[in-house]
Every structure is written in structure tokens, then in C-alpha cells.
Design a protein around this ligand. Sequence first.
Ligand code: ADP
Length: 811
Amino acid sequence: IDIQKYSDAALKANSGEVTNFTAEITAKDGIKSLVNWNVSVMNNRIDRLLWMGIDITEQQEVKEKLRVNESMMEFLTNNIQDAIFISDDNRQVISWNTSAELMFGYKLEEILLESVVPKLISKEYENQLFKSGHPSKQGNTLEVECIRKNGELFMAEAALSHILQEGRWNTMFAVRDISTRIKREQDLKNALETAKSAEKAKSEFLANMSHEIRTPLNGIIGFLDLLKQTEMDSTQIEYLKIINSSADSLLSIINEILDYSKLESGKMQIESVEFNIYEELESISELYTARAAEKDIAMHLYIDTEIPSYVIGDPLRIRQIVSNLLSNAIKFTHNGGVVTLEAKLKDVSDSEYLTTISVTDTGIGISEEKQQGIFEAFSQADSSVTRKYGGTGLGLAISSRFAQLMDSQLQLSSKEGEGSTFWFDVRFAVLRDSSYKNTFMGLIVGILKNDEFNYDENLIKRYLKYLGCELKIIPIAEAINILGSGEVFHIIVADCKKIPEKMLKEITEVILGSCRLIIFREPDLPMPSGLREETVIPAVKPIHITKLINLFDTIMTGKDGKKKDITEDIKFSGRLLVAEDNPVNQQLIKIILLKLGFTVDIVSDGQEAYNKVIAEKYDLIFMDFHMPVMDGVTATKKIIAWEKEQALPHTPIIALTANVVEESRSNYKEAGMDGFLAKPIVLVDLIILLREFIKEPPKLPSQLLSPIEELAAKMNVEDTAFIKLLVEEFVSVVSEKILEMQTNLLSGDFAAPLSHSEVLRGVALNLHYEEIDSILSQFENHCRNKDRRLAEMQLELLAKEIYNIRTVYLN
Ligand code: ADP
């Protein structure tokens, strides 16, 4: 203990005073405590002192903490930037910190007991300021207008809280001057506006520029279109196409400049329109063939034929991406390399076609390290390489962004020195069934072949198969023999680079009347000369499916502009049995099969079918699954068992069913049937199926003869001019006789028309006009029955038929 303190206190107490003091004591266990002592004389005896001590250690600690807190509060309230003041329940100021003094300009004594509104805060904010329900509610912050002593107004953020002081609810205001912040914000806004208008000026400049360039370009493109309509030879047409493509590509570059600025400002939108993906990709690749040819680079295009021709997507963006990839591929590939554009079907779901579009080259490639960041703007793999090849470094960035907009991603795989593949996947929706499959069903196409392996030739083969054509390879060594032998071809395809000119010339000489020879040439090489022109259709490589289709279309379209239905010329022969219980279906299938040249027997149930098979020999049997008496499966099993028993060759049995679920497809195999045909019957499917099981007889290319030539052939007369004369004669005689017979009928004379008709019918039969023969024989019946009305109707039919003959044969 502090001896001095204690002895002082003892002395004082002895002199009769009550003494108080605080001193620290140390207890026996060494713990120190602060004790408040009260010392007094006990019972008035000087030698007895009463010491009463209260341990105040804890009390002292709390006090100390409070003191620190208070000074901190004081420091804060006076040093914080915010003005802090308290008002009582009369909204009069009762407390004021230093910042308040600085912000508002009043000293505490000047503002004490003044009303907060309107002295410090503008009156119009009063309601807002004090509307917050119970005073204990905290944190009401809002922007208010405040007033300084000098009358200056400024915007501030005021946070109100309510505090309980000596049993009363007072309000504490924390006010922050935000006028500088607001000004800064305004400045920023202004700056942004300025920047925006500068950006706008830039976009406007770009738009104006491209408009200026586009105007003359549109003139070029427009007049090219007009030029196309004038008469030109095939070379000129090709050149024109290239000019056209270049103009288009220039136009798209200008659009690209716009695109980039649009992409930058996030304004680019993706279109969804229906377009022909074959034509699109073909025209893009055509655009680059000339450039590739300059470097002797082979340009290949392969489109998976399972992709429908019309898809929904953004053709322009795809064109831009692919153009850019092709242009890079050609740019970065050495002379003699190969560039391939491919569209492959990856997946089909919910009638959406996931398609991978890729461009592969055999060029310089890109090192792994340089592949990083290659899709960023202005990035070029190698500046020395770029200097050699030129470029802006924008193309891949734009392409990659376009791909992203289409929910796709441009990707790259490359090996330095070996080449690169860039690809992206796009999902196309499809509106309608638009595949080219079997467009030229039944067309017989010969391909002239030399020994050398040839990509284009394989490509043609693939496409022709897809189009449903019958393909015949003609080795050039045997070409003259084969073509001279009278074997039938509708079209022959040749690549003039692979076949000597002399040979081509000889081939054109031996080609049969209506057959045409399509000769593909390189875009930069001329057509071989001296060929028999009327048999040759010149075409320029590359070979595309739509190009083939267009060429075939031209060849297969008659002079009358009518397309010839090739399936009409498909003729089979053989005896078929159809087991089908529905009479409508019976008729339908019978008509189709008869048209195709078959003899047809119809039965209505399995038992009858079995009986027929035992009695007759058939080439093929169509068997319905569900039939009364005996179903198709049982009948098939019985027929097969019988064939085995008799050791007879098996007659193919084709299941007929409307049920196309997978199950029934496998059912027919289990039942021992050989094929499957879904109802309703699709002609093309039927023909494909028949071709599989029945050998077609050799056919004449009759659809390629003019009607008069056809008639001449039928009548075994060579002089077509004479036949034409005959037809003209016939038409005019019949027209005359119709009038005469009508007058006869009107006067009730049935005998004269009857004899006229018999004469006419004889001539009609000579001219193979079976239709007229049947009209006239009906007419004769009506005359015999003396039914004027019906007889007149037949005459009307006759007049119509004569009109038809006139248009078909004599135009
Ligand atoms: P640029 O206008 O320079 O071609 P791109 O963005 O289209 O701009 O390409 C960026 C860079 O990527 C090119 O400079 C080149 O170095 C590299 N590159 C692109 N495509 C190929 C490719 N097929 N083969 C090799 N390098 C390529």
C-alpha cells in the first residue's frame, strides 16, 4: 500500500474529519485492486479508527471506457466531413458539430434553438424529412436542399436517426454536402454525351462513306444484271459472274466495316430467314475459285446431302464468316495446295439440323502459341508473316463474334507447316422438306472416266447417286464403242481437263439424238473448240450439286418449257400380286403398278394370296399386314414353307403397312418378308424398292424426242416433215367434220355422223391417237342409241382433244 496516503488519512480521521480516499491495494495472492476508503474515528476513541473499503476496480474500468468512447465521439463529430446536429422534439437545434459550423456557416450560439426547417433545410423537403413513422425508426436518408448562412443553396444527403436522450426522443441529422458529387456526375454525363456524339459522328461518317461507295457499286451490280440479260457466249457469262461476285464481295467488305462498328456498340443483330444453304455455300466458294486458281490451289466444296436445301438462319453472317475463312485459307496456303469448304450434318433433333461448317487448308499453319488470342481484334499470328501476306487482323475477330451471336463458337485446330482447320457449329431450323433427294429419279447419266483418280469425278458420283440418277461409268478407251452401240444415256458428263480434245470431238459425233454431253472446264481455261455444238452443254468448274441440278433441268426441260417427269418413262415388266383388303388402296396401287408396266393381280386376304401363289408365278408380292381370314404374316410363312417344300426360288415379299413405327419395320423381317413399303405409297420409294427386286428392261429416251419425232418413231417413218403434214391434215379434217356432225345431229340425222366417225377413227388409229379412237367409239354408241345430248358431249371432248393435238404437235 501507499503508506503516505494511509498515514495522511489516519491523521485526518484522528482530528475528527471523515476521510475519503482511493488507493490501490495488493491482496495476498498478488492481485491488485482499486479501493475507495472511508476512514472515521470509532466511538470517539482516538485510538480506534474504522476503515471501510469498497472495491471500485471494475467501476473504474467502465468509467475509463466511457471516457475513451466519449472523446472518440467528440473527435468524430467534430472531425467528420458530415455536418452533425441534433434537434429536440420542437425541431430546434440543440447540438452542433464543427463540420456543421463549417458547412452552414453558423456558430453553435447563433443556431441554438433555431428551427431546422426553414433555417437549415428548405421548406419543401419538410414533409419528406419528417414523415418516417415512430421516432425509433432509423436510417431515413434522402436528398434535400440546404441553406447556408450566406443564403447559398446546396444539395445534400441527409441521414436522420432518432436518439433517446434524458427520456426524450431527439433527432440527429447527418448532412453530407453532395453538390460537388452532383457536379462531377454532371460533368461526367456531359463528357459521355460529348464522347457519344463523337462516336455518333464516327458512325455517321462510316455510314456516309459506305453509302458513297455503295451508290456507284449498286450501279455496277445493277448494270451487270442488265448485261446478263443480253446475249453472250458462255465465256462472257462466266467473266460476268466473276465480276458480279467481286462486286458482291466488295459490297460485303463495306458492310463489314459497318458491322465492326455495330459489333463494337453491341448493335449487331442476327437475322433468321429461310435460305438455300447449298446455293449460299456454292456461291461463296465460286467467289474464291478464281483466286485459288491463280495460286493453282484446288478448291473443294462438299455439302452433306442429308442437309435440307432450305434452312432458317442468317445467310449474310455465314457468308461473312466463310468468306473470311476461305480468303485466309487461300492467302496462307502455298501454290498447289488444297482448300476444302465442308458442311457436315452433326446431329438432327426436333427438326433442327446441327451443322458443322469448316474450312481446311494445307497451308503454313499456326503454331500453338500463336493460336492464343488469334480471335481477338487486330491480332495477327506473326507480324513478319503478315507483312508478307497483308491483312488487317480484323477478319477472325469479326467472324468469331458473329459465330458467338449465332450461339456458336469459331474454333481452330492447326499444326505449323501442315495446315489449319477453322470450324463452327450452327443449328438450323427447317420449315419444309426441301431435300434434293431423287430429284432426277431414273435419269441415266454416263460419266466419262480416265484412269487417274479424280476428286471431282467422285464428287459427281456421290451427287448423282443422291439425285436418284442411274450412273454408268464410261471408260474413255471404250467410249466410242459404248456410245455407238445404241446404249441409252440421257446425259453424259465429262471433265475436259482429263479427256483429250480429239476424243471429246469424236464423242460428240457419236452421241445419240437427244442425249447431251456436259463438259466441265476450269474457269481459267477455254472450252475445247470444234465440238458438235448442239450436243454439248458447256459448264465451268467447280462442280456443285445445284449446278448439276440446273444443268440437268435445262437439258430435261422441253422446248414448250414443260418439265418432263422422268418417272413417267420408267417402265418395268413382270407380274405382281397385291394382297390388300382395302378396296381404295387396291385400286390405287393397281393404277400405279399398271402405269409402271406391270401385270397386276389383286387379292383381299392372306388365304387368297397363298392360293394365287400356288397357282401362278409372280415376280414380287405386296402383302398387307392386317387382313381378314388370314393375316399377311401367316400367309408369308405359308408361302415360304411351300416354296421350300417345292424347292422353288423365293418370290420377294414386300410388307405394306400404314404403321411406320420402328417395331413394325422389324416385324416384316421376322416374318421372313424382304422389304417394307409404307402407306400412303410414295412413288419414288416404290420405284427404289422395285429397282432393288426387279430388273428394269432397257428403255428408250423417249422423253427427249419431240412429240412429232415420237410419233414418227411409233409409225416407223423417218420423214418427220411428212408426219407433221399428216397431223396437220388430220387436225383440219376433224375440225371440219365436227361442225358438220353437229349440224347433222341438230337436224336429227344420226346416220351421217356415224359413218363420218368410222372413217375418222381409222385415221386416228393410224396416227396412234388412242384417245380420239375411244371418244369416237363412244360417240358412235350414242348415235346408235340416238342420244343426241350425249353424242354432242363426245363431240365437245373431241374438239378439246384436237385442240390439244394442235398445241402439242404443231407449235
Ligand atoms: P488478317 O486480315 O490479318 O488476315 P485475320 O483476323 O483474318 O486477319 O487473321 C489473323 C491472323 O491469323 C492472320 O494474320 C494470320 O497470321 C493468322 N491466320 C488466319 N488464318 C490462317 C490460316 N488459314 N493459316 C495460317 N494463318 C492464319
